[in-house]
Ligand binder design. Structure first.
Ligand code: HEM
Length: 137
């Protein structure tokens, strides 16, 4: 597999954090616009607290995944199983990670570079391999 450029991922996340303090509403608005059937899963989360917490965990997992990989692979595998119990199909993990990328790309506008694009494409591929239990070697 092609090496993943961690630095470009971290840089894009830093710029996204500067562009928007809390991207929760932007990420989920995009998710529900493109996948309206997912909105009902979050009916209990009236104040967006769970959505915000989940997004935070996902971003933390990405930071670990492009770095030391202490916890992210185990976390993703565990969450695929935990979320199955609450009706989240496995394929939606790819959708969610892609939605995070698309939201940040739109937020950054012309600050988003072709290097970010390439690094994120590779990241999404590698995350998908973890979600679907394929070897990343
Ligand atoms: C690696 C990926 C994911 C991680 C680390 C993760 C993490 C979490 C965490 C920590 C919570 C509990 C939040 C809280 O109650 O404070 C949560 C809840 C939830 N997650 Fe995820 N999640 C992931 C992927 C997904 C995906 C792809 C979906 C579907 C779009 C999803 C749907 C939900 C739902 C419906 C809840 C319950 C919300 C509620 O309490 O009403 N998650 N997730």
């Amino acid at each position: 597999m092609k090496p993943l450029n961690s630095q470009h991922i971290i840089e894009s996340l830093e710029l996204a954090a500067l562009a928007c303090e809390d991207p929760t509403s932007l990420v989920y608005q995009r998710l529900f616009l493109t996948n309206p059937e997912l909105e009902d899963l979050f009916l209990m989360d009236r104040n967006d607290e769970a959505k915000g917490h989940m997004l935070f965990e996902v971003i933390e997992a990405i930071i670990d995944f492009v770095g030391p990989k202490y916890t992210s692979e185990g976390l993703i595998v565990t969450e695929v199983i935990n979320h199955r119990q609450i009706g989240v199909p496995i394929e939606v993990f790819d959708t969610f990670f892609t939605t995070v990328r698309d939201t940040f790309r739109e937020m950054l506008g012309n600050k988003w570079t072709s290097e970010f694009d390439e690094a994120w494409a590779q990241l999404l591929l590698e995350l998908s391999h973890v979600v679907h239990g394929k070897s990343t070697d």
